[in-house]
Ligand binder design. Sequence first.
Ligand code: TXA
Ligand code: MG
Length: 323
Amino acid sequence: MMTCPIGVNVAHAARLLREGKLVSFATETVYGLGANALDVNAVARVFAVKNRPHFDPLIVHIAERSWLPRLVASWPETAERLAAKFWPGPLTLVLPKTTLVPDLVTSGLPSVAVRMPSHPLALELLRLADVPVAAPSANLFGQLSPTRAEHVADRLGDQIDYLLDGGPCAVGVESTVLLLESDGTVRLLRPGGIAMEEIEAVIGPLCQPSHTTAANNQAAPSPGLLPQHYAPRTPLVVVEDIAKLTSPERCGLLTLQPHPAAHRFVAAEVLSVSGNLTEAAANFFAALRRLDAARVERIIAEPLPNRGLGVALNDRLTRASHD
Ligand code: TXA
Ligand code: MG
């Protein structure tokens, strides 16, 4: 397969973005597939390359706060507190949009999702491009998110113009997405790289996601909430009690820590030997990819503790599970 140039030439990548080209770039969460958010043709190519349905809106990435007044129509005090604490970093805020933001970016929603990533290469790219960059995760729609440059090159290498290699993603799971409603309510749309406990320590209790689906191709409040997403090709099931499984011979195993029954599986992946959930998140998608490549009949995953980044990982596991 033909693949695009891969490297660390940020100035070149920034120029390509300004010219309406597609650049995949490292962020601290996962690799993004970026296009100038103000260039509708470039954004349309992002949807086409990903095979992403048009009802699923994109996150707009910025490096400078000075873009905010041009992108969002209101900036409540809660947004200020969250941004002051967590930007740059894996937190996305959904706020009313301005008319500058193309409807294609937001799937026709009156709101736009904005985030300031913390990966130094991403920040430099955004600064040099000097345009807001719409970027979904750089994977085909519904598949596993890429956390290494080679994950992107393998699947999308022939369809993008440059791949900015920032090494393995340190956080490893997508940003936390929060909807800031006009009455001051903050709603969690997607658990992610900033744990709920951390957010609640700053702004108090969050509202849980409303379980709206994208039925009839209508824009959902957050289509990342589609029940099936982030999935390996191999069927995956979440199993509470691994030791009780009767015939794991043809299965792969995903656990947080080393499991005493692991030797009975064809392949086993441990997310963090010490049980650290932050380390587990950083290893999560790459481990799932290895299990997917191990030609097992089924991937058995143990649920993770439901705290810290474990909440986001359990969310991804639930959406990855299918028979
Ligand atoms: O960490 C991340 O967020 C990565 C990196 C590349 O920044 N990006 C990412 O993008 O995960 P994507 O497209 O895979 O997921 C974006 C999520 C989706 O769940 C989408 O529905 C939600 O953000 N979203 C985007 N705009 C929205 C809006 N206006 N209202 C509600 N949800 C929105
Ligand atoms: Mg994605």
